[in-house]
Design a protein around this ligand. Structure first.
Ligand code: SF4
Length: 410
């Protein structure tokens, strides 16, 4: 799906710097695939190379791998001109250096900041030499993001992703739609909203309200029903709905009623895409198969609501997962900002939909898990997985479904 995202909607990340500081190798290391020609000789990259890709957890980005801007001679001047043009279309500028930072880097930095482009200094080749502490302090003092990286050993690559996430302008981080892009104008979506003990008195919860609003903004129609009325709603429609979205707790009942040719998913799955990173959290759900009785599982909620008797995060998911693994798991629940610094003791993090948070906050939490090598998923995804209806719930999201299938083939 990422390949379908138009170029203009991708975060453009420009890599700049002198020749032979390792711009192309850094790009290759970050995306873990060979996208630029890399050689030990200065000036291998001639024209800027555009590479669209899905960079977890940010989403669709376009890397612009530029020629060394200090190229010499007539050909060098041409490369410099092309690099300057690349600066014009850059959203986040990365100045790659192997420790040298003088008037040349300052000039590049000025070209970027004059255009209001955030700058990250990537101090590369950390495996060969540590960058001067004085330089790091100087850049920090000027509020320039600094990452110490090594394309060879992989040191600092997660810090680099985190720095890109921090520097990316908000419009690239905020997801464009909750469900509106899945339902065409004039088409119908059915939302299944159980009114049970967990439902707040007299109102709908935020993910339900926001989904309704998003559908209306997209000129789609929506019909809101409880699970008991779903069959009648589906049968009474002249045309099948374009999408059915259910509360994850009713996944099984809803899947039994909705015809197999009608796309169906859960509010939590929509929110994994909207507030988090659907591919990472999809793959995270599969970690359920590696859990053994006694393993530690962290359940994290973004807000501090008062838990009720049959709480989904404290009671229902633990009950289902204990049953799935055939023994008792060790659950810890945290709320709000109360997320442990050290998550290495946990085998899995199960997060709520984070409807109260902005996406950047949730993506930072996902990055934290990634750094600690701990899989992270969310409520709806883990429920769909443990109920055996994962592929159905991922049906409206081909990229996530494909990532899941690819993971199964490894
Ligand atoms: S922030 Fe999380 S726990 Fe709070 S209402 Fe939203 S999804 Fe539920």
């Amino acid at each position: 799906m990422a390949e379908l995202t138009p170029k203009g909607m991708r975060l453009h990340i420009g890599l700049f710097g002198r020749r032979n500081v390792g711009k192309s190798s850094l790009l290759n290391a970050v995306v873990r695939q060979q996208v630029s020609i890399v050689s030990e000789f200065a000036g291998t990259t001639t024209d800027p190379v555009d590479k669209p890709m899905e960079l977890l957890p940010i989403g669709p980005v376009l890397f612009i791998d530029t020629a060394g801007i200090d190229d010499e001679g007539a050909l060098g001047q041409l490369r410099i001109d092309k690099t300057r043009k690349a600066i014009d279309r850059t959203d986040v500028g990365v100045i790659v250096t192997d420790g040298q930072w003088d008037s040349f880097e300052e000039h590049l930095c000025a070209e970027l900041t004059e255009r209001g482009v955030p700058v990250i200094a990537a101090l590369n080749k950390a495996d060969l030499h540590q960058p001067p502490a004085e330089l790091i302090d100087r850049l920090h003092a000027r509020k320039i993001g600094v990452v110490v990286v090594s394309s060879t050993t992989g040191q600092g690559l997660d810090d680099f992703r985190a720095a890109l996430l921090a520097a990316a302008p908000a419009e690239f981080i905020d997801s464009p739609a909750i469900a509106g892009d899945l339902v065409g104008p004039g088409q119908m979506a059915i939302l299944v909203v159980p009114i049970d003990k967990e439902a707040p008195k007299g109102r709908l919860i935020l993910p339900q309200v926001q989904t309704i609003r998003d559908l209306l903004d997209s000129d789609a129609m929506c019909l809101v029903v409880k699970e008991r009325e779903l069959r009648a709603a589906v049968e009474n429609l002249k045309h099948p709905p374009a999408l059915v979205v259910t509360d994850s707790q009713a996944f099984k009942e809803v899947a039994a009623v909705v015809p197999p040719n009608v796309p169906m998913t859960g509010f939590s799955v929509l929110y994994s895409r909207f507030k988090g990173d659907l591919i990472t959290q999809t793959l995270g759900a599969t970690a359920v198969d590696t859990l053994r009785p006694g393993d530690n599982v962290l359940v994290a909620e973004s807000c501090t609501h008062h838990p009720i008797e049959d709480d989904i995060g404290r009671v229902k998911i633990p009950k289902w997962l204990n049953c799935y693994v055939g023994g008792k798991l060790n659950f810890t629940t945290v709320q709000g900002q109360d997320f442990p610094d050290d998550i290495s003791p946990y085998k899995l993090v199960i997060h709520c939909g984070a409807c109260m948070w902005n996406r950047r906050l949730m993506l930072n939490r996902i990055l934290k898990c990634r750094r600690a090598n701990v899989p992270i998923t969310n409520y709806g995804l883990v429920i769909a997985y443990s109920l055996g209806i994962f592929e159905r719930a991922l049906g409206p999201f081909p990229a996530a479904l494909q990532a899941f299938k690819n993971a199964g083939r490894k």
